[in-house]
Design a protein. Structure first.
Length: 331
């Protein structure tokens, strides 16, 4: 059985901890957090968005219980001093070590594999359901971003069916802890403004990530982001040009078919005219909205897709961990 350790208890670290606590096919053996254990237990037990029902309790000064899992808790800020034994795979969820060389620090005391829960410099990058089968045993990899995990399956289906010439993406993205509750300093002047009061134009690295995942689409995809005053669930707005003829019926059909094929459990369909809060907690990477699709002429289209930028991404992180564990690490 895969034995996992998590470094970092931000939004993704907490979500993944709960997901693993509810599973029996993987063991969460250690959790490193900079907050004290009572605070950690409180944050695992209560969540303003996801309302977890999993039992959480302190066992002693070193161990807590998350669901069925007995988890050793560490409070170490220096990753060089961490010992995650007996874990063989570390999920790097701090957001501080988004680099191949920085995350290699975990490769000791029995740890063979590391997955970074963010885009990472100089790091092999995989999106489960799109290019994860290209994994060849690299010891440190990236799970890309939540937006890339939502976008890449859509691009993959559209390119396979119609051949993509170009695409422009806007993510209408819920605010995150990288923003300010009230106006304050930030390296991005727009993100310096109050997150819950403003629509905030900003950047996204999705075009670079797509080039790593679908190399043949390099320089064909670009995008930007709008941070909006919602705490969770985001929306991909994708406009695209195709080589082959395009019509709404075929567009709907190919995406519907994908939800029952290789992308089952990854791509979904919103056929009930729902709104963003209805998708809080969704384990899917993207949920296509058929009645919000447009086709202009024979080669230009637009689609929208929901995604829970916290929970959907966290589920793919677990899926990727189980997959690479099954393949082993060779380099």
């Amino acid at each position: 059985m895969l034995q996992v350790a998590i470094n970092g208890t931000g939004r993704i670290g907490l979500c993944v901890s709960r997901i693993l606590g509810a599973r029996t096919d993987v063991e969460l053996v250690a959790l490193n957090s900079t907050c004290d254990t009572p605070t950690l237990i409180h944050l695992l037990r209560f969540d303003s968005l996801h309302r977890p029902s999993l039992p959480i309790e302190m066992l002693d000064t070193d161990y807590i219980r998350i669901g069925s899992q007995q988890v050793r808790v560490l409070h170490e800020r220096d990753p060089a001093r961490l010992n995650f034994n007996p874990a063989t795979l570390v999920l790097e969820c701090t957001g501080k070590f988004n680099d191949l060389e920085l995350s290699k620090v975990h490769l000791k005391n029995g740890v063979k594999q590391v997955i970074i829960s963010a885009p990472a410099k100089n790091t092999p990058t995989f999106v489960y359901g799109v290019n994860h089968t290209n994994y060849t045993g690299q010891s440190v990899i990236s799970n890309a971003s939540c937006t890339t995990n939502a976008l890449a399956p859509l691009l993959h289906v559209l390119d396979s069916q119609f051949g993509l010439e170009h695409a422009l993406m806007t993510t209408i993205h819920s605010y995150t802890n990288d923003q300010n509750l009230l106006d304050s300093k930030h390296k991005d002047l727009r993100r310096a403004r109050a997150a819950a009061l403003n629509i905030i134009p900003t950047t996204t690295g999705v075009s670079k990530a797509v080039a790593l995942i679908l190399p043949h689409l390099k320089d064909k995809i670009s995008g930007l982001a709008l941070r909006v005053p919602t705490p969770d669930v985001s929306l991909v707005d994708l406009s695209f040009d195709t080589r082959l003829d395009l019509d709404l019926e075929t567009l709907h059909a190919c995406l519907q078919e994908a939800t029952q094929g290789d992308l089952k459990g990854i791509l979904g369909i919103d056929s009930d005219k729902r709104v963003s809060s209805d998708f809080i907690g969704s384990p899917l990477s993207a949920i296509y909205i058929p009645d919000q699709s447009l086709v202009l002429g024979k080669h230009h289209g637009k689609i929208l897709a929901w995604y829970d930028n916290e929970m959907g991404y966290s589920h793919r992180l677990v899926d990727l961990a189980l997959y690479i564990h099954s393949k082993g690490s060779v380099c």
